[in-house]
Ligand binder design. Sequence first.
Ligand code: NAP
Length: 394
Amino acid sequence: MTHRVAIVGAGPSGFYAADGLLRGRPDLRIDIIDRLPTPFGLVRAGVAPDHQGTKAVVRQFDKLLDQLDVRFAGGLEIGRDLSWDELVAAYDAVIVATGMVIDRRLGIPGEDLPHVWGSWRFVAWLNGHPDFRGGPDLSSVKSVAVIGNGNVALDVARVLAKNADEMAKSDIVPEAGAAIAAAPLGDIHVIGRRGAEQASFTGNELAEMGRLSRAVAVADASVREAVAPAGDPTPERLRKAKNIETLKGFAAHTAGDKPVTVHFRFHAVPTAIRPGTIELSTGTISADLVVTCIGYTGEPFPQADGVFPVGWARRGPSGTIPTNRADSHAVAKQVIAGLEDRDPKSGPDILPLAVDAEGWRRIDKAEVAAGAAQGRPRVKVVEWQALLDIAQGD
Ligand code: NAP
């Protein structure tokens, strides 16, 4: 008998936790559970489809599924198919790696209009998440307001701004790619409620906005006065100084030089959304589509003995994928310490039949084969039933 650990959520923090556990206790039996029939969570559904370099991290996660005592249980929802109580009772430890998948709200009038999309819903649509089929109608969208000054706002603005050639090697779902390519887009406004010196963009992601084929990036005049706060710790000050330098470069560009202009607007607090416009503290601008990129919240989970949150479920929605490695490894050490001197539970295996690693491999193979025909990394299967059928070998 050995200890059994359940990890709920097959995203990066869940896999890094499995990795940490196996480094410390290679004998553990680990079940990685996900409500989707596919693993990799945010990497599959949240990382922008044109950032394939970032998505490559899944190769190391996939290798963990080859380990003898690691099982993948996809298509299994805790709270629906199995209760949290049952899980906690059956396993020696439960790691909660469910991330944060609910868009935060702006709390301003007009937020519930149909042309207002939260970034999770929008990016999940681009990425073929089976719960988010059917995207916004882009057929007459000329202007877009992207609210927020983080990397998610850049992801949304960039994917809308790129042309079809720039997206050719991505795994954007074909209907989303076609809708964006056919949209009469002219202006994308990236809206920050504070100044350039407060933006949470990272350097490479912001610089990429200056290298797009069909879009020119421009920044408002406020960036000329922006200075990285002297009191910030050195890495933050350097990041902000680089951002400001990049944005100063954008301020020298001319709007309209390319078919699409990405406008960086600062000190602009959204106050109301109406059909076709958004009201900001600095004035009203056109916006046929609004995408809020202002962070996420998560689903509740039990705070019980033997339950260990990791990743965004533990820390909140901040930090890049590698940030989760150290975090999950540290929690894995705590889990291992908690198992010391405790006999393994001896109950039966309660894991119901679900999509296992072999089922996921069938989906993966089908997607990669469909992609190869188009020179893409994969074409995703986006319907629940189709995912389950392929997983079951039908
Ligand atoms: P974020 O960096 O926290 O940015 C959220 C933005 O929303 C901030 O600019 C914030 O402004 C703004 N905001 C919040 N409430 C607002 C409101 N009521 N009105 C207007 N603006 C509001 O988060 P994120 O962009 O969602 O990204 C989440 C994490 O994933 C980050 O750590 C990010 O770096 C990471 N990520 C990384 C990549 C990459 O590496 N390529 C890609 C995507 C995401 P204030 O600062 O004023 O609060």
